[in-house]
Design a protein around this ligand. Structure first.
Ligand code: ATP
Ligand code: MG
Length: 402
């Protein structure tokens, strides 16, 4: 079957929340289209927007890459491979029957037909499309039954400039298109939480770069590579991301030698925040993002969080603050980071963590201890020597070629 552009496979995309965004709608639509075209860069696919929908026309050879791209696109509520046919009842009903056959083959036994007709000149109205479509399907596939309340499958018909018929709809990532909500700096460790935090801010449209504090040789090269892999995974949704690696060994050792042991984690976090803020200001990033979740560990009590951010003025976004660990893990799995996050390479914070950390640090005491350490020079030096890697996405290399 030929689509409008002459390419044989067509996908229909439903934009998500951006349909609600009044005045900014045009900007959101532009960003979504730009992101979609970026994701499809190494395919011959063509994008065409039409009245609240986007269509992607591709060759069969590109279908797998296109589907991979659609599964990474933030800002759509759903997408489906669609049949495109002429606007005659015969063609539309035939497409309904063929689509229902595919649904049957995939195990679906109950269905309903939904219809949307923006072209009112089409001879059947929505009700007639639903009822005639349903009858044609039942006649062709006696194993299928209609269930209007909770069908296993829905055959969708949209009559627009052409007629579109589709069955299996994939859930999109939702959220708002990346690039519509400013830029932030994610403090990315090798754990489960921070990649999820980064993904959540990407889903609100923020562009995200990441910083990792490395304490070589106390943390290994493998630990750094693990973080680089996490940045690469996030970069697939961010459409590329920068990863800054800051050597923090000297800072950590100064804290270990110069501060009471129970305070070491809180002071280290303060130093990371201070350094991250300097980096963010240098790179024109508007906020810091962390994977902190209230009371998950000693350094994340509300008192210790106050200490941690007491020296900085950029907003600190903590999208996981009220989340349960199991929900975080589920999100980590969904974004494809979990298997990497649980690799066993140690985190610098784990190595330096005290057996009996302070649980409710007072910001005034934290400040006094922090001042005594005189870290400004070491932090400045660490920033000066920090390295940056650009994880481009998409690249010509397939995702699974690690
Ligand atoms: P994660 O699983 O993301 O490491 P966590 O539960 O281990 O989180 P902590 O180790 O206490 O929590 O770290 C809290 C947050 O501080 C992390 O989510 C991350 O944003 C930041 N962070 C911790 N260690 C580092 C690091 N080495 N480099 C950059 N950011 C870090
Ligand atoms: Mg950690």
């Amino acid at each position: 079957m030929e689509s409008t552009s002459g390419l044989p496979v067509t996908y229909l995309l439903k934009p998500g929340e951006l349909t609600l965004k009044g005045g900014n709608k045009r900007e959101f639509e532009r960003a979504l289209r730009r992101n979609l075209e970026t994701l499809l860069r190494f395919t011959g696919a063509v994008v065409s927007p039409a009245q609240g929908r986007y269509f992607v026309h591709a060759s069969k050879d590109d279908a797998e890459k296109v589907e991979e791209a659609l599964s990474r696109l933030i800002g759509i509520s759903g997408w489906a491979k669609t049949r495109v046919c002429g606007k005659t009842p015969e063609e539309v009903l035939r497409a309904c029957v063929e689509t229902a056959g595919e649904c049957y083959d995939s195990g679906i036994r109950t269905f309903k037909v939904e219809a949307r007709r923006t072209d009112k000149s089409f001879p059947l109205d929505s009700y007639a499309i639903r009822s005639q479509g349903g009858s044609a399907i039942l006649e062709a596939w006696p194993g299928l039954r209609v269930d209007v309340r909770s069908p296993q499958g829905i055959i969708n018909v949209e009559i627009r400039e052409r007629a579109y018929v589709y069955g299996m709809e994939h859930r999109g990532l939702r959220g708002l298109p990346v690039g519509t909500a400013g830029r932030g700096l994610l403090l990315l460790s090798g754990g489960i939480d921070s990649p999820v935090a980064g993904f959540m801010m990407l889903s609100r449209g923020m562009r995200v770069d990441a910083v990792y504090f490395h304490a070589y040789p106390y943390t290994s090269e493998e630990a750094r590579q693990k973080v680089a892999r996490l940045a690469e995974i996030l970069g697939r949704y961010a459409l590329g991301m920068k990863l800054y690696t800051v050597g923090f060994t000297a800072v950590q050792l100064r804290i270990k030698e110069g501060a009471p042991e129970p305070w070491s984690t809180v002071l280290l976090r303060m130093a990371m925040m201070e350094c991250a803020e300097k980096l963010a200001l240098r790179e024109c990033l508007k906020c810091l993002i962390t994977g902190e979740s209230l009371s998950q560990v000693a350094s994340q009590t509300i008192e210790n969080l106050s200490c941690t951010q007491s020296r900085i003025s950029l907003p600190v976004l903590r999208p996981l603050i009220g989340m349960d660990k199991e929900d975080i893990i589920r999100k980590s799995e969904a974004l494809g980071a979990y298997a990497v996050s649980i690799l066993p390479y140690e985190d610098c914070c784990v190595i330096f963590s005290p057996p009996h950390p302070v649980l409710r640090g007072r910001p005034a005491e934290a400040e006094e201890l922090y001042q005594k350490l005189d870290l400004a020079g070491l932090i400045g030096e660490a920033l000066h020597t920090c390295t940056v890697e650009k994880c481009a996405y998409p690249s010509r290399k397939p995702d699974n070629e690690d």
